[in-house]
Design a protein. Structure first.
Length: 584
């Protein structure tokens, strides 16, 4: 399936059919071919714009820099980089992407696809942060080449020092001359070839490299287009190495010929107004965020700032990457109604890296659909809708399966379907990947009998998928399953904190521990006030969940371990608590 491109780099794209995407086979292009075709047909159209903070020779420097690449410019730079890779790396070589969150990252990832090598999307190391996870992933993937930029040259050199493998050349994406594009030739490629390794966040275990094929990538881009198009412009701050950022901010927009506007995660975290300002200024049709992004905006963007925005053009606000909370969505919609935000724009979603992101999405224009369910029944695995009240848990529907995807709610022990009950969410379809990089035992455990076992508890109700928690995180007390997300929401209704609920072994049953990540003012509370707060939390949890809280611990903000995508690592929290790091 190889086509050598002419000197211009634009040839008729190769296509392949995937019958599993609908009632009739769907013909798809490889993503690199799609970008080349768009560059030939609409080369002057903007492909991506990068806003905000820039790095100059390793130093953070805040500027108002705006960089825009057209499709013709992006294609030229990707071909130039691909020619460099082809000159130094055999086909199928793993290539680590250690670029900052900017246009160079997009060029690096696309260049890998153009070159026929396997991208390993990571992130630019920072000298003041631990490199433990980064080095772990590099050891696992053993890349034969590294892509980065001159701005982070020193940090990358430090991260690679003492490497236990021969990583080969380090190429600086921003220094590759454009004339190198003349040397590029389209490599042989097949749908089943691995396009990149998507390393999981490690929220419940060690990160693992998911093998994403070209067919997986093209299929998920098609699925996203089928739900969000027509659209012209999108905005994102989600990290590009994360599966949500990679698919929603690189693959899908480029596959649809859209204009993607990027700002860095740190820019958003420091001032979330920048994300909303970009949505307003660029009249974005859609955007993406994890649930905490909604809460961050509500807390940090005041009414006066909200009134300066125009969000009336936003048709789809995709929410995923972590459980979606009804309270977070309603608070966001209420806070930014003054900016013209359509209350029907939220699109709760469910997905995971092993499914190339997309599994279910709420249909556009529906808005977030929440249901109330009997809490005691859920702990026993039964699904019983009830009016909202103190004995109910309010959950948000994550919508219906995207084209070609099948979802089963199964008994994890037998594989039998469990209609009307909580079970493990199993997934199948054209975006289901085939396993992990060099991890046959883990692959056999997760990919079983033609299904992807997600490790998430959930159920179906009125056609929608509801997710109740991770199987590895569930707290079992007297034979009943208690979901930490539900307990955490109860704690956060009592105090303005980020709460984490964990279970530790006890006699005769598990003990519930609540860790609260609070600001400086709360951690400095006098002992009597902290004891009173802990008592209110114990009483509320006891009343709503029928559970006794064994210990309430207040820790400083930023203390609890998180994955690179921001999820709290409950397993590691449990280990640190038992080691005495947080209290007794």
């Amino acid at each position: 399936m190889s086509i050598d491109a002419p000197r211009t780099g634009h040839a008729a794209p190769e296509c392949f059919a995937l019958p599993a995407l609908g009632p009739r086979p769907v013909v798809l292009e490889y993503l690199a071919d799609t970008v080349r075709r768009t560059a030939a047909e609409r080369g002057e159209a903007p492909a991506l714009t990068v806003l905000g903070d820039r790095r100059v020779r390793g130093r953070a420097r805040r500027t108002d820099t705006v960089v825009t690449l057209t499709y013709a410019e992006l294609d030229l730079r990707a071909r130039a980089l691909a020619a460099e890779l082809q000159a130094t790396c055999p086909p199928g070589t793993r290539v680590a992407v250690l670029c900052p969150h900017d246009e160079h990252y997009v060029v690096a990832f696309l260049g890998c696809l153009y070159a026929g090598v396997i991208a390993v999307p990571l992130y630019a190391p920072e000298l003041f942060r631990s490199q433990t996870r980064l080095r772990s992933v590099l050891r696992d993937s053993t890349p034969g080449c590294v892509l980065t930029t001159s701005a982070v040259r020193s940090a990358v050199r430090t991260a690679l020092s003492g490497a236990a493998w021969q990583h080969g050349p380090v190429l600086h994406v921003d220094e590759v001359p454009s004339h190198r594009a003349e040397k590029w030739r389209r490599p042989p490629v097949a749908p089943e070839d691995v396009a990149y390794l998507q390393y999981t966040s490690g929220s419940t275990g060690a990160p693992a490299g998911v093998r994403v094929t070209h067919a997986n990538l093209s299929a998920t881009a098609y699925q996203m287009r089928s739900r969000f198009m027509p659209a012209r412009t999108a905005v994102s701050w989600v990290p590009l190495f994360h599966d949500m950022g990679l698919i929603c901010a690189i693959a899908s927009p480029l596959g649809a010929g859209m204009h993607m506007v990027h700002l860095s995660p740190m820019s958003f975290l420091h001032r979330p107004y920048r994300w909303l300002r970009a949505l307003s200024d660029y009249r974005a049709d859609w955007t993406v965020t994890p649930n905490f992004g909604l809460t961050h905006c509500v807390r940090r963007v005041d009414a006066e700032e909200a009134a300066t925005l125009d969000l009336s053009g936003l048709r789809a606000l995709a929410i995923g990457g972590e459980p979606v909370h009804a309270g977070s969505v309603s608070a966001f919609v209420e806070a930014f109604a003054v900016a013209g935000l359509d209350p029907r724009s939220p699109v709760p979603c469910y997905g995971l890296a092993e499914a190339t992101l997309s599994v279910t999405m709420t249909p556009n224009g529906t808005g977030a659909v929440a249901g109330s369910f009997d809490r005691a029944a859920l702990t026993a695995g039964a699904v019983r809708p009830v009016p909202h009240g103190p004995d109910a848990v309010r959950l948000v529907s994550n919508g219906t399966p995207v084209p070609g995807v099948t979802v089963r709610i199964a008994d994890p022990a037998t594989g039998a379907e469990t209609p009307g009950r909580v079970g493990e969410i199993w997934v199948n379809g054209p975006t289901r990947t085939d396993g992990y990089w060099q991890a046959p035992e883990r692959t056999a455990r997760v990919y079983a009998d033609g299904w992807l076992r997600t490790g998430d508890w959930g159920f179906r109700h009125d056609g929608g998928l509801y997710v109740v928690g991770r199987m590895d995180d569930v707290i079992i007390v007297r034979g009943r399953n208690h979901y930490p997300e539900d307990i955490e929401a109860t704690v956060e209704s009592v105090a303005p904190v980020a709460a984490t609920a964990i279970g530790v072994e006890g006699d005769p049953t598990a003990r519930l521990i609540v860790l609260m990540e609070a600001d400086a003012a709360m951690t400095a509370l006098p002992a009597p006030d902290r004891e009173a707060l802990a008592e209110r939390i114990r009483q509320t949890v006891s009343r709503q969940h029928g559970l006794a809280v064994h210990d309430v611990v207040v820790v400083r903000g930023g203390t609890l371990p998180r994955t690179t995508s921001g999820k709290i690592q409950r397993r590691l929290c449990r280990e640190r608590y038992l080691a005495g790091a947080y209290g007794t």
